[in-house]
Design a protein around this ligand. Structure first.
Ligand code: CAO
Length: 308
């Protein structure tokens, strides 16, 4: 207790503070002449002893270095409900972030030829230009890479028994931004679909998500997830693995850059990617090789083959 501050209160309130383990010298009284009331003690406890995740109290000392104020102490605030979808997703994100040792590998892919090809795509019947986003090619490239690197298409939810589940299917999750929050429906058997099918399926599932028409079973049973911010912007980020998957591919917005290639500067279209992976099962070298494979699959020689 500090000696240089006179404390005005009743013995009963002092006892109340002692019982709750509150240091009365730290409490600001709100009654006349700064007198401390029982309500001041309660408010102080409310601020200092916030419930933990399990609903139990954390000891005051443990959180002393954390929040020492409430936001409304500093000005007007508004308390709103967190959207339902975000509330549902929160424990999954928590589990992933707190239990998976994430590493994110960043890389850049030269997609100049792929983009030329994509811009020239025409409908076979009408001859009209068709609009297919880079994401569709990325799905194709990713599936090809998964075939070569099966550990990226796995789950290790039975780690205690030392077991890994390798999936023989290719169900690619697509993170969809909706007004209700992020949703991750799956494109089932992406290996069996051509770019046109994939393109219309992305439109269909993202539309269903945005209109809350998607079946919740579509959120389960994935191989790997793509989180594409390419339509929005940015270069490089650290996507959180969609548990129980072991990797997620973050895609940012491509840009035109001058690159030194074959003894000269050339203008190329460069796609930034960020691959987060579970370091318990995937090593850094494997992640780098996986990204090299993606580069091959989206690079000069592969765009045409993948499109078929
Ligand atoms: N680089 C440059 N341009 C890109 C691009 C990229 N990597 N990816 C898409 N684009 C372009 C598209 O070609 C399209 O261009 P036009 O308007 O000229 O035709 C435009 O950006 C918009 O594309 P899109 O976002 O509508 O379509 P998509 O197939 O790329 O993505 C979907 C579909 C569902 C993934 C997307 O709408 C979406 O929701 N993205 C957000 C995902 C997200 O929030 N991730 C973060 C998760 S972690 O919190």
């Amino acid at each position: 207790m500090s000696n240089d501050k006179k404390i005005y209160t009743t013995p009963l309130v002092r006892k109340f503070a002692r019982e709750l383990g509150a240091d009365i010298s730290e409490i600001k009284g709100t009654a006349r002449q700064g007198r401390i009331t029982e309500k001041d003690i309660k408010n102080y406890i409310y601020r200092e002893l916030r419930p933990s995740d399990e609903g139990k109290s954390i000891k005051r000392k443990e959180i002393k270095s954390e929040i020492k104020f409430i936001h409304s102490d500093f000005g007007e605030v508004e308390i709103k409900d967190i959207p339902r979808v975000k509330k549902i997703a929160a424990p999954f994100l928590n589990k992933s972030w707190s239990t998976i040792p994430h590493v994110t590998h960043h890389d850049e892919i030269d997609i100049t030829e792929m983009e030329d090809f994509r811009m020239k795509l025409k409908d076979n019947f009408t001859g009209q230009n068709i609009k297919i986003t880079p994401l569709v090619f990325i799905i194709k490239a990713l599936v090809n890479a998964l075939k070569k690197f099966p550990s990226f298409n796995s789950s290790i939810d039975d780690i205690e028994n030392g077991k890994i589940t390798l999936k023989k299917y290719f169900h690619v999750g697509i993170a969809v931004d909706t007004p209700h929050g992020l949703m991750v429906p799956k494109i089932r058997n992406a290996n069996q679909k051509n770019i046109k099918d994939l393109s219309s399926e992305i439109l269909e599932i993202s539309d269903k998500c945005r209109n809350l028409k998607i079946d919740k079973n579509e959120f389960y049973g994935g191989s790997i997830t793509i989180s594409s911010l390419g339509g929005i912007g940015g270069s490089f980020f650290t996507p959180i693995i969609n548990y129980p998957e072991v990797a997620i591919l973050g895609v940012s917005r491509s840009s035109i850059k001058q690159i030194y290639l074959e003894n000269s500067f050339q203008v190329r279209t460069i796609l930034p990617i960020s691959l987060s992976y579970d370091h318990r099962i995937i090593d850094g070298a494997e992640a780098a090789r996986f990204c090299n494979e993606l580069k091959e699959n989206l690079g000069k020689n592969f765009a045409y083959k993948l499109a078929i």
